[in-house]
Design a protein around this ligand. Structure first.
Ligand SMILES: C[S@@+](CC[C@H](N)C(=O)[O-])C[C@H]1O[C@@H](n2cnc3c(N)ncnc32)[C@H](O)[C@@H]1O
Length: 313
């Protein structure tokens, strides 16, 4: 079997617990998941401020590397694990003189794509040699925690970048925090246990991470890896690091959005959790409690980290 055939077999989609899944990734690959990622993109935009596509402090650096050069050389932006494609499209609209590509395991692109943006179906762990030294900005958001290892990944990023090029990294953290920045204890499924001041979302996260490992083997520990990852490639010089906390029961007080984000996340992790052998009764119980949590009065926060770095010249 050629590696291309085995690759397409690994990423070919099949129905699992009512959602489209493949063998390499723990979340669904379908329209509801693209809608969820678009919603999560709106959350990132709110957290990052400014144009929402990167953090304001990195703005000067980014504008500098994307400065129009000459007619024959367009600045080049690469979005790794582009998901619904929304970040790549918005970057292409913001920088019409740049070329933007989105790479993802599975074919997925928005219905309307500007002419300076395209999408390529590719497992980035198979190597990115064709882009060596060509890219001005590499963006990878909510991707590293889905990779079995980041050892080769960070080397690929380094090789793709031009000297002076920028790496933008973003990821969620599975820990749920209270309003004092203390980690919530996960709610317990045992009967008779008082779950006051415990988080069902924290429990769902734990169960999801375990299921991901059961299904796909050891993963990068979600959200705890940015410093580790960057320390593996010191020639990518870290210029900034920032942690954001986001109120799960929607900061704007919009309970419909809280409910639908919480519901969409719970629905997205359901096939992985059920596939790992957790009973549907248990999953439904957790999901119901997550809905109540994200629309209730308890202040619980998710955590999101970003790092930006420059390839030394
Ligand atoms: C949680 S989604 C994030 C999507 C997008 N970056 C965002 O922030 O909305 C992770 C994406 O990474 C992709 N992905 C996971 N492993 C990959 C790999 N080895 N090569 C390419 N894409 C990968 C998945 O298919 C999925 O679309």
């Amino acid at each position: 079997m050629t590696s291309e055939t085995s690759d397409s077999k690994r990423t070919s989609l099949r129905e699992e617990h009512g959602r489209s899944m493949n063998n390499v990734y723990s979340l669904p690959v379908d329209k509801p998941e693209r809608k969820r990622l678009d919603k999560q993109h709106r959350m990132w935009k709110r957290l990052l401020g400014g144009n929402g596509l990167y953090f304001a402090e990195a703005c000067g650096l980014i504008r500098e590397v994307l400065e129009p050069k000459n007619a024959s050389e367009m600045p080049f932006i690469m979005d790794i694990g582009s998901g619904s494609g929304i970040w790549a499209v918005e970057m292409a609209e913001l920088f019409p003189h740049a070329e933007v590509i989105g790479l993802d395991l599975v074919e997925s692109k928005p219905p309307i794509v500007p002419s300076n943006c395209r999408f390529i179906t590719k497992d980035i762990l198979s190597g990115l040699e064709e882009y060596t030294g060509k890219v001005d900005i590499v963006h990878a958001r909510s991707v590293i925690s889905h990779l079995p290892s980041t050892d080769s990944f960070i080397g690929f990023v380094y090789n793709c970048l031009k000297p002076g090029g920028i790496f933008l990294l973003g990821d969620g953290n599975p820990t749920i925090y209270d309003e004092n920045g203390k980690e919530f204890e996960p709610a317990s499924l045992d009967t008779g246990v008082d779950n006051t001041n415990k988080s069902w979302m924290a429990l769902l996260m734990n169960i999801y991470l375990n299921s991901m490992e059961t299904k796909l083997g050891p993963r990068i520990i979600m959200g705890k890896t940015q410093d580790d990852l960057m320390s593996k490639e010191p020639r990518l010089e870290v210029r900034g690091r920032k942690t954001f906390f986001d109120l799960l029961n929607c900061p704007e007080g919009d309970t419909d959005l809280s409910k639908s984000s919480g519901a969409a996340f719970a629905a997205a992790v359901k096939p992985a959790v059920l596939g790992a052998g957790v009973s549907s009764e248990t999953v439904e119980r957790i999901v119901d409690n997550v809905y109540q949590e994200v629309t209730g009065p308890m202040k619980a926060f998710s955590r999101w980290d970003i790092t930006w770095a420059i390839k030394q010249t």
